[in-house]
Every structure is written in C-alpha cells, then in structure tokens.
Design a protein around this ligand. Structure first.
Ligand code: SAM
Ligand code: SF4
Length: 345
C-alpha cells in the first residue's frame, strides 16, 4: 500500500511511496557534448538554448534544498559536464557541504576534458569519478563516438589517476561492436586497477538511422561467457542502483552489470535525476516529472516553496521502469523520447 503523503518527509528524509529512501541526486548541467555516441544521440542533435538551461546559482540553490531534505550524494553529469563553461564554479559552491551535510560529490564524464580538469576536481572535493569508455580500439572509438579521439580519453584517465581520483569505467556492451574485445577490456582494467561496469543499451531518445536492437547485448549472456574465463564471485554490495557486482578472483577490481532490460532492480532505487532545464525526473524509464525551473524563476516563490516542492517531488516516483526489447517482433517497448544526454547517466 502507498504511504500517506504527509509521511513522505520525515526527519529530513525523502521517502517515496514505495518506502524507498531517496539519498542520491544526479544533476545534468548541460545537454551538450563533444562526442556523438551512436547509442546516445543522433548525428545532428538540436541542443537547448542557453536561457533554457539553469544557471549555476539556480543549480546550487536546488542542490542545497535537496541536501537539506536528506540527499547525501550528488553526481554531476550531462551531456558532457566538463564542456560547460565555468563548471568548476558549481563544484566550488558544493564543496563546503562535504564538510558537514553531503557525503559525496562525484562526476560522470566521457573523459575528453579530464587532462584539463582532474586536479581542480580533486581540489573541489571529488574523490571518485565514472569515466565512460566503450572500446580501446581507436578506430572503433571513432565509429562509436562519431567524432572522438581515443587518445584524449586515455590521457584524461592518466591525468585523473595522477590527481588521485579513483576511477570506475562504464562500458556500454554493444553486440557486433565491442563484444569481441570485452576480455581485453577487463584485462586492461585489472592492470590499471579500475572497477568496471557494463551497461545494456536503453531505449532513450531518437538516434537517427541507428537501430538499438541491432546492438543490444544481454549482460546475462555476457556474464555467462565470462564465467568460463574468469573466476567471478558475486558480492552483496548495493549502491541502490541497478548494478550488481562480482569480484574477479586474483584481482582488486569489481565488475558491475547494469541490466535494466534483462533484470529490473528498481525495488532498491534511491535516486532522482534533474535535467539541465531543472526538470526532475522521478525515474529514468518513465515520464513522471516536476519542473523546478518554474519555481526557481518565479519571483514570488520562497525557500519554503522550494522545499515543499522537493518534498512533493518524490510523491509520484513510479515503482519501476517499463523498458523492454521484443526481439521476436523486432520492436522496443517503453521507449522514452528524451535522450540520456538530457537527463544524464
Ligand atoms: N557524457 C558523459 C559520459 O558519457 O559519461 C555523461 C553523460 S552520459 C549520458 C552517461 C552514461 O550514459 C554514459 O556511460 C553512456 O555510455 C550512457 N548512455 C548514454 N545513452 C545510453 C543508452 N541509450 N543506453 C545505455 N546507456 C547510455
Ligand atoms: Fe556524449 Fe556521454 Fe552521450 Fe557519449 S554518452 S554522446 S559522451 S553524453
């Protein structure tokens, strides 16, 4: 049974109608990106106008409100967060909270700008980052990202390591594209001591002429094939997200599997997402949302209104997403029109 509305905000806790405590906010700071990954965007994207995107002051005000009601971890994402001009200003504004009411400030990035920003991220309190990388082959990298240079990302990763940032690699598993280099990829992560998480492609946003079904690789299948080559031991670590982890015996690294399509792990979801326009999405795979930009830009709106709306924002958090691929009919169910680059990964 759903919880009564007045119980949703107790003792500085955000609790949704399915009794899940919401402690994790992912904030997208831009929908723009310097890459054009085929599973994420179409080649010719239309991006938001500057005035549609929240300013850093607005983003900070929103984060501060969320921290007040119990958010303990904030991930900055995008689009590519490090291409937003002045992005370190937002990190600097959030940094002081790490000393008293925020446990972690982190980032998901494609890595292209890390050579420039790694040290500043560390000095702004960031200790761990996720870097998205789907291949170690320069030609394939170009094929997947349409415009990128692998070396930029590899140099960025080196800079991040030199700056003492702990790195986790996120890799979208793509049938007929990177599936034959997965072993190589794992060995590279073991050698570098990077945790590695595989992700299934999700049906989000129009990607032009590309067809996600052609490249969907079930991680169940992948994991099965890996167990014949590596000694994998499932571990109970839960981050409240859709990943399930295994340890590779004989190494220090954790291997994660994000399987929104093969399995649904929504029952432990602890997060909400705010896109670059200030719209909060209660679930990556549903369309329930609340527009915070309207509230932030309303001259008559008070801090109390903001907090009240934050409190209300989890009321409609759905129980689960409804993504599904139907291979027999070659169609995709539960497709979401917005791109992952708007909401952030
Ligand atoms: N640009 C940054 C990056 O690539 O890390 C941050 C944003 S990106 C949208 C975040 C993550 O979403 C990346 O790991 C990317 O591979 C993943 N992603 C993008 N579109 C996806 C899709 N349709 N299905 C699954 N993962 C996707
Ligand atoms: Fe850009 Fe990240 Fe999307 Fe690739 S996955 S196009 S890097 S936002």
């Amino acid at each position: 049974m759903n919880k009564p509305v007045d119980k949703l905000f107790e003792n500085n806790k955000l609790v949704d109608p399915f009794n899940r405590q919401i402690t994790y906010l992912r904030l997208s700071v831009t929908d723009r990106c310097d890459l054009r990954c085929t599973y994420c965007m179409s080649e010719k994207m239309t991006f938001l106008n500057k005035k549609e995107v929240l300013t850093f002051e607005e983003m900070y005000k929103l984060c501060r409100g969320f921290i007040k009601v119990g958010i303990k971890k904030i991930r900055i994402t995008g689009g590519e967060p490090l291409v937003r001009k002045g992005i370190m200003d937002l990190f600097s504004m959030l940094k002081p909270h790490l000393s008293y009411d925020l446990n972690e400030l982190t980032l998901t990035t494609n890595g292209t700008q890390l050579s420039r920003y790694a040290k500043q991220l560390y000095s702004n309190g960031v200790r761990r980052i996720n870097v998205s990388l789907d291949t170690l082959d320069p030609m394939k990298f170009k094929l997947i990202t349409r415009v990128g240079k692998l070396q930029d990302v590899l140099s960025g990763i080196d800079a991040a390591r030199d700056a003492n940032l702990k790195i986790k690699i996120n890799c979208v598993a793509l049938k007929n594209i990177n599936e034959n280099e997965i072993d190589n990829f794992i060995n590279w992560c073991v050698e570098k001591d990077f945790d590695l998480t595989f992700i299934e492609t999700m049906p989000m946003g129009d990607i032009g002429n590309e067809n996600r079904l052609n490249h969907f690789l079930s991680l169940d299948q992948l994991k099965k094939s890996l167990t014949s080559k590596y000694k994998l031991r499932d571990i109970s670590l839960s981050t409240g997200g859709p990943a399930r982890y295994s340890r590779i015996e004989g190494s220090n690294i954790k291997l994660g599997f994000i399987t929104p399509l093969s399995h649904n792990f929504c029952s432990s979801c602890n997060r909400v997402r705010i896109d670059a326009t200030g719209v909060l999405h209660q679930c990556l795979g549903q369309s329930n949302s609340l527009d915070f930009r309207k509230i932030l830009r309303d001259p008559f709106s008070t801090d109390e209104d903001l907090l009240e709306n934050i409190k209300n924002s989890v009321k409609q958090k759905p129980e689960k997403h409804s993504f599904a691929y139907d291979f027999s009919k070659a169609n995709i169910k539960g497709q979401i029109n917005r791109h992952m680059s708007l909401t952030g990964g």
